[in-house]
Design a protein around this ligand. Sequence first.
Ligand code: FES
Length: 156
Amino acid sequence: MQGLSPSARLRIEELSARYPRKRSALIPSLQIAQEEAGYISEEIMVEIARMMELSPNEVREVVSFYSLLHQKPVGRYVIQVCTNISCQLCDAEGILRHLRRRLGIGPGETTPDMKYTLLEVECLGSCGTSPVMQINDEYHENLTPEKIDCILDGLQ
Ligand code: FES
């Protein structure tokens, strides 16, 4: 895996120049890196740490905290299923079980064709419409197994 491209480096430098402390630009910088490579490799974490005047561990902690930042290659569709309390009360376990069966993978895994990655996550902030999942940037709410089949059938 290679590091950041010159254009990504430039975007990150421009971004961090807008803040009094470079580290304030850490999350958007990680998003730029992920946009380019699909995930944030160890090499990129070290490179960004240097640019933000942080330790590689500080960057690793941030990357591992946010479920939208990936440390390894992910599928074209990243499916995040909330299993926090409100969703749990509305059968999030059944939703997750259905997705496991349908995709043939468990949480944290990616299908061999690199189409889907399944993740179990904390509250997605849409508790009133539980159970909820997010596929890439899109929310899907009030889920049922039938609704999930319909959503997955609609993905190319
Ligand atoms: S608990 Fe699932 S969205 Fe809040």
